[in-house]
Design a protein around this ligand. Structure first.
Ligand SMILES: [Zn+2]
Length: 299
């Protein structure tokens, strides 16, 4: 019996170690995705994804997760694959689950980059959000050590970063998931980090979205030469998922608008929408949140 217990403990330990390592997924020799799909709890950044690109001169980090703790978890996993200096952080947008870990990387001397609209959004709302994390299902201890770090480099349309042997393009053509949501494009690898412009198998957060600009942005991405996409939430994706995202937005907007003309209860509208919308394995709760934030008059 003792042997059996010891064996199961060893097995469990191995399993845990393996799970912890498996999160940094190698996409190219120098490009990794940090896919958070296993745990969509608030303290685990709502399963937000992140990534890294390693150049000759240093590392570019794409998104920093929800807190100092989460940023540290990410950094520890980065250090398992490279010891090069972390030169840049790109925030695909500045929602908390993608940008509140900035402090960890800024402390290492990294330059934090975003679109100027999302730089402004974080400057205007970041401190207040950090004060009221309970509204997002987070406990004060989840956020221990977390400070708001604003991007110090912001652009308005496009930007290229030369990492030494690897060029990274940042593109934002119009407002979408947020006013300044950008994509990170690696042309040579035909690879895209889309941030929350794409949610795959995960109900999207729509409260700050511009639906017309979002649809147009998705069309532009569909026209690009891309084979693999790391979405903001959910598993590694392709253009098929961009198309489905566009269809989801159109369906959600028309049905929610229609239901809100005769119904006032956000939960009841969400229940109806969940019958109509394509099934998603994560974040059913998001649908009611979206309905209340966009389609019902606040009382
Ligand atoms: Zn977001």
């Amino acid at each position: 019996m003792k042997k059996l217990v010891a064996f199961s403990t060893l097995f469990l330990t191995l399993l845990l170690v393996q799970t912890a390592c498996a999160e940094l997924t190698r996409l190219e020799d120098n490009v990794y995705a940090y896919v958070g799909v296993k745990d969509a709890s608030p303290a685990h950044s709502f399963a937000a994804n992140a990534g890294i690109v390693i150049g000759r001169d240093g590392v570019l980090v794409i998104d920093t997760l929800i807190s100092a703790k989460e940023g540290e978890r990410f950094l520890a996993d980065i250090r398992k694959v490279t010891d090069k200096p972390i030169k840049y952080v790109v925030n695909t947008h500045t929602h908390l689950d993608h940008a509140f870990g900035n402090c960890v990387f800024a402390n290492l001397g990294a330059t934090v980059i975003s679109h100027e609209a999302d730089q402004s959004m974080l400057a205007a709302k970041g401190a207040e959000i950090l004060q009221s994390v309970g509204n997002y299902g987070l406990q004060p201890e989840d956020m221990q050590g977390t400070g708001i770090v604003l991007p110090t480099l912001a652009f308005s349309n496009q930007m290229s970063i030369d990492l030494g042997g690897e060029t990274v393009r940042l593109i934002r053509s119009m407002p979408s998931h947020t006013a300044g949501s950008l994509v990170v494009h690696l042309p040579a690898a035909k690879l895209l980090f889309s941030g929350d412009i794409l949610f795959t198998d995960f109900h999207p957060f729509l409260a700050d979205g511009d639906f017309a600009g979002w649809s147009q942005t998705l069309d532009e991405l569909l026209a690009m030469e891309i084979e693999r996409i790391v979405p903001g939430h959910g598993p590694l994706s392709t253009k098929k998922d961009l198309q489905e995202m566009k269809e989801y937005l159109v369906l959600f907007d028309s049905k929610a608008r229609e239901l809100a003309t005769t119904m006032q209860d956000g939960e009841a509208i969400a229940a109806k929408l969940l019958e109509i919308l394509p099934k998603r394995s994560m974040a059913d709760w998001m649908v009611a949140y979206n309905v209340k934030s966009r389609y019902l008059e606040k009382k």
